[in-house]
Write a protein that binds this ligand. Structure first.
Ligand code: 7TS
Length: 422
């Protein structure tokens, strides 16, 4: 792709070209609409990203031209749909740099991926007195599934503490690992604070104790290059809708030996080799975990979104988003009444904040009047809010299509909020 320089461009020193966010916006049809009579300023990509035309086209083309069920028919369209579905698996494998296609399991999203691991790996490995380690900055999706299985198996959930910047205390983590620890599950990038966790180091530490690690990548794959072999993680999860793909589709990566050893998740069609009333023989990895007709169009849309995303230099996208984040942070911190929640040294995409005496929902509502979409609430991370002694924050989050003009709009919008309340 040919990126032209303009005011919203970021020099990409790695390849000697520039990253042109204005040009990227043209690939996303939603930016041609207005919101409340204003141009759309979309700062809620951490909740879900907007969609490029290439992804929308791939999905409708599939329904219009190639549609059929997968893995079942000998007829032309079924073979065509199966080829597209399995090619998409290879696309995800390349994206994560996994070793084998079989290590990629299609699920509904990060939430289902974590539930799958808790209910299969967790159920088969955990016993009374065993321990699962998570961190204090997890999304509820990486807390509740572990709580449920720990309760059922008589195991204990342990939590890596954080400091007041929202960074994990790694010394405490190392001390928590022992012969009862069966799995560590940590978020790569926090959705509430933006903290980038040093997952490579966490994985190496856990492995020294023989403990596997699940990385929740729901907020990382769209912001930084991820290589599951380099990280050496045992499981990695992400959601399609947060990386410019469709809703309803996500990925569980697992090392093949671990997936092979795990019992199936749900029973039904496609996950079996043979069924009789006496005995069922399960299919191989990854089909063993994909019971029933999958979200075929979602898988094909996800592959199209990843192809679109990978047509850019991911390091250039990351550098552009870092520029937006550091500029927004510096300018918001100039506002006396504003407190940035989450000041880790390593952050990505997210800036959470409170404005003294103004409820975050009011911040969100007033910004919305200016066509600015931010999220207000606890961000499904209530323990994080509790740590900082607040019920909620307002959160602006950036994607590959945001520009410095969006940062300007946010800063002006916050001044309008303050005018209303002072
Ligand atoms: N893990 C993290 C770190 C997340 O941010 C989210 C969703 C999930 C897991 C769950 O993903 P899902 O696609 O299965 O729902 N986070 C958010 C958010 O920050 N605002 O809305 C959803």
């Amino acid at each position: 792709m040919n990126h032209m320089w303009n005011d919203s461009s970021t020099p990409d020193t790695t390849v000697g070209t520039v990253y042109d966010a204005q040009r990227v916006r043209a690939d996303f049809p939603i930016f041609s609409r207005t919101v409340r009579g204003k141009p759309l300023v979309y700062l809620d990509s951490a909740a879900s990203t907007q969609k490029p035309q290439a992804m929308i086209d791939a999905t409708s083309r599939f329904y219009a031209e190639d549609y059929s069920n997968v893995h079942r028919g000998v007829h032309f369209l079924s073979q065509r749909a199966t080829d597209l579905y399995e090619d998409a698996r290879s696309e995800v494998r390349r994206f994560l740099n996994a070793e084998r296609d079989e290590e990629i399991v299609f699920v509904r999203g990060a939430t289902e991926a974590i539930n799958l691991v808790a209910q299969t790996y967790g159920r088969s490995q955990l016993g009374a007195g065993d321990e699962v380690i998570i961190s204090a900055i997890e999304h509820h999706a990486n807390i509740v599934p572990w709580q449920m299985i720990c309760q059922e198996m008589g195991a204990t959930l342990r939590v890596i503490p954080i400091n007041d910047h929202g960074e994990l205390q790694l010394d405490a983590f190392e001390d928590m690992l022992n012969e009862r620890t069966k799995i560590v599950a940590v978020v790569h990038v926090s959705n509430a604070l933006g903290t980038v966790n040093p997952v490579r180091e966490i994985i190496a530490t856990a492995h020294r104790h023989g403990v596997p690690v699940l990385v929740d990548g729901a907020q990382s794959v769209q912001h930084l290059p991820v290589d599951v072999r380099d990280l050496d993680c045992d499981f990695f999860t992400f959601s399609g809708h947060k990386i410019y793909g469709p809703t309803g589709i996500g990925v569980l990566y697992g090392k093949k030996a671990l997936l092979d050893a795990m019992p199936p998740y749900q029973g039904g069609g496609d996950m079996i080799l043979s069924v009789s009333f006496e005995r069922t023989v399960y299919n191989e990895t990854p089909f063993k975990f994909e019971a029933g007709t999958p979200d075929i169009a979602g898988v094909i849309g996800l592959a199209a979104a990843l192809r679109y995303f990978r047509s850019f230099d991911i390091a250039a996208i990351a550098a552009h988003e870092q520029l937006l984040l550091s500029s927004a942070t510096a300018r918001l911190q100039e506002i006396d009444a504003l407190r940035v929640i989450g000041t880790a040294k390593e952050k990505a995409s997210v800036i959470s904040f409170t404005l003294c005496a103004v409820h975050p929902h009011d911040i969100g509502t007033i910004l919305d009047q200016h066509g600015i979409a931010v999220r207000a609430g606890h961000h499904c991370a209530q323990p994080v809010m509790r740590h900082f002694g607040i019920p909620a924050t307002a959160r602006a989050s950036f994607g590959m299509y945001n520009t410095m003009e969006d940062v300007d709009a946010l800063v002006h919008g916050i001044h309008s909020v303050l005018e209303v309340f002072t």
